[in-house]
Design a binder for this molecule. Structure first.
Ligand SMILES: Cc1ncc(COP(=O)(O)OP(=O)(O)O)c(N)n1
Ligand SMILES: Cc1nc(C(=O)O)sc1CCOP(=O)(O)O
Ligand SMILES: [Mg+2]
Length: 211
């Protein structure tokens, strides 16, 4: 397997909450999370720039790895740790500009074809989803399940990987058994009756990632 052409990330990114506000970023960094994503959907750049600047500032204060979803130009402009893009985003984003600016890149994949395409860009990490059914996002494909996830992780060797989609606290141990290095969650934290307790438990299970 080729090595990333983008700046590297730890092989184990650890617990990786994906959240839609600066408030969540602040709460979760305060709770010990060290890999996190700001995912605000379908707004104009002007309407999210303030949030992106604030999230980056917080990530620097906490020495955390903040990935900006979708808004790659703003991530470059304000020097985020990294950017996360999906397959459609890859069609329109300037990957060379992201790499030349020194930002890490994470790419979404859902099957073999998408994995091959993503690997050609040699991103910092490969995200594999959705592992289980999810209510957070409408998915055009079926969940890949644990066996397929494990097969993909094996193929990828020591390439940094992240699993996403329908991962609850109860499911974390089986996801970790595949050897994946990062576990991305939305609802397991943001819809939890007690987000703080859920985060503590998830950090105990997954860890905050390697330095
Ligand atoms: C860690 C992680 N994995 C996958 C995604 C999904 O990204 P994408 O396919 O671009 O879809 P949107 O999140 O933009 O709706 C992600 N955000 N993070
Ligand atoms: C944003 C996103 N991307 C996915 C993918 O498979 O690419 S699954 C997903 C939502 C994950 O939310 P939850 O942890 O609540 O299931
Ligand atoms: Mg996207």
């Amino acid at each position: 397997m080729n090595k990333p052409a983008f700046p590297t990330v730890p092989q184990r990114l650890g617990l990786y909450p994906v959240v839609d506000s600066v408030e969540w970023i602040e709460r979760l960094l305060g709770a010990g999370v060290r890999t996190i994503q700001l995912r605000i959907k379908d707004k104009h750049d002007d309407d999210v720039e303030g949030d992106i600047v604030a999230a980056i500032k917080l990530s620097q204060q906490y020495q955390a790895r903040l990935f900006i979803n979708d808004y790659w130009r703003l991530a470059i402009k304000h020097r985020a740790y990294g950017v996360h893009l999906g397959q459609e985003d890859m069609d329109v984003a300037n990957l060379d500009a992201i790499r030349d600016a020194g930002l890490r890149l994470g790419l979404s994949t859902h099957d073999n074809m998408e994995m091959d395409r993503a690997l050609m860009a040699r991103p910092s990490y490969i995200a594999l989803g959705h592992v289980f059914p999810t209510n957070t996002k409408q998915m055009p494909s079926a969940p890949q399940g644990l066996a397929q996830l494990a097969a993909h992780i094996k193929t990828l060797g020591d390439y940094p990987t992240v699993a996403i989609g329908g991962i609850s606290i109860e499911r974390v141990p089986s996801v970790l058994k595949t050897g994946v290095g990062g576990v991305a969650v939305v609802s397991a934290i943001t819809q939890a009756a007690d987000w703080r307790a859920a985060t503590v438990q998830l950090l105990e299970l997954v860890g905050a990632g390697d330095e």
